[in-house]
Write a new protein. Structure first.
Length: 384
């Protein structure tokens, strides 16, 4: 059996090696390293794929979130509601801009932000909601957009883990993750479903004026060289990363299908197992449905409900199976973001999830032998 990896970027590279190497060599020959033709071509390709009017590439996913908030004109003291159960980058940029983060609980089934908790947290100072499409599927965007409209709030989608996922609205209409709110942000960190070979990110919007503002912001606030019309930052996607992403983009749907196939095999293996809760999807198929396109499984995350999650981590590692705990500490308990406003009784789900979640290897190169071995070792421990 091949060595099991949490993410197999080397195996994925072999499929696109020839195209990537040729394009990078061309970039080296032309020395068009920043804002070159590959960046513009990738931008257009991604706009077409997502069905969105404007894609603005930038240096990384954290910058994408920060610049999106800057572009909306959020001011120090404005409150921004987001999920407690997520990676720190989401709340980090809120704090960096001297906005006021308001953390709320998530749903136990999907791990995504809880709608009732959002509504409870809205005050006259609230200006935006940041739903995080965690582990590869969208938050309840129908309800979030309805709340935003009712309270005149901006919606900034943190789509770092869900590029390629589709959201099916109550009317049956499908939209690509990250394109539903006023603005979306994504990351092209190498381990993402669409990953570069370094850092990278992008911002999406259908708002022409907002897109114009953000395009200046990513380049020191310049629309014309040495004319600084807005306060900006230096955050640009380099041409080599754009070339890698452009080679991968036509394969993204296939990558997502491969992840779904692996997720189905995991979920089928764990069906009926006591103390294991498999990932839920918004359409209720629990990852087993062959036609599911709402979840792209950036992570395949189980809940181990018998209190032995940490022991399972050690068991898997002892059998050369990598795994991850995303995330072990709620944001409201992190030293950097602790606040006397937060009451433990407001975070029952998050406080439980951090004790139970474990993410198994998930990538496009997993084969049946590996999946069977991983599943067997999980079941062996749980039933032992």
């Amino acid at each position: 059996m091949r060595k099991i990896q949490m993410v197999d970027l080397g195996g994925q590279y072999q499929e696109i090696k020839e195209q990537v190497n040729a394009t990078i060599s061309q970039i080296l020959e032309t020395s068009s390293f920043i804002n070159g033709p590959e960046v513009h071509a990738f931008q257009k390709d991604l706009e077409e794929y997502l069905g969105v009017k404007h894609v603005i590439p930038c240096a990384n996913g954290t910058d994408a979130l920060q610049i999106a908030m800057m572009g909306l004109g959020l001011a120090p003291g404005d409150e921004v509601i987001t999920a407690d159960f997520t990676f720190a980058a989401t709340v980090e940029v809120i704090a960096l801009l001297q906005l006021t983060p308001v953390l709320v609980d998530v749903d136990a089934d999907t791990f995504n932000i809880n709608i009732n908790a959002i509504e409870k947290a809205i005050t006259p100072r609230t200006k935006a909601i940041v739903p995080v499409h965690l582990f590869g599927q969208c938050s309840n965007m129908d309800a979030i957009m309805q709340l935003a409209k009712k309270h005149k709030l901006f919606v900034i989608e943190d789509n770092a883990q869900a590029i390629g996922a589709k959201y099916r609205s109550k009317t049956g209409e499908k939209s690509m993750a990250g394109t539903i709110g006023h603005v979306g942000a994504t990351s092209f960190f190498p381990s993402k479903n669409l990953g570069a070979y370094g850092d990278g990110g992008a911002i999406f919007t259908n708002d022409d004026d907002l897109a114009h503002t953000i395009r200046g912001m990513v380049n020191h606030g310049m629309y014309e060289r040495y004319h600084h019309d807005v306060v900006g930052v230096n955050s640009r996607l380099d041409s080599i990363q754009a070339a890698v992403l452009r080679a991968k983009l036509p394969k993204l749907d296939g990558y997502c299908d491969a992840r779904r196939t692996a997720a189905r095999k995991y979920s089928q293996a764990f069906a009926g197992q006591a103390n294991i809760i498999v990932p839920k999807t918004v359409n209720g198929c629990e990852g087993i449905c062959d036609t599911c396109d709402c979840h792209v499984f950036h992570q395949y995350t189980l809940r181990i409900t018998n209190g032995k999650r940490d022991a399972l981590v050690k068991h898997l590692n002892a059998h050369s199976i990598p795994c991850g705990v995303y995330y072990p500490i709620p944001l409201h308990k992190q030293k950097a973001y602790a606040d006397e406003r937060y009451m433990e009784e407001d975070f029952p789900v998050t406080n439980q999830l951090v004790k139970e979640v474990i993410s198994l290897p998930m990538h496009t190169e997993l084969d049946k032998e590996q999946l069977d071995y991983i599943s067997a070792k999980v079941i062996e421990f749980v039933n032992g």
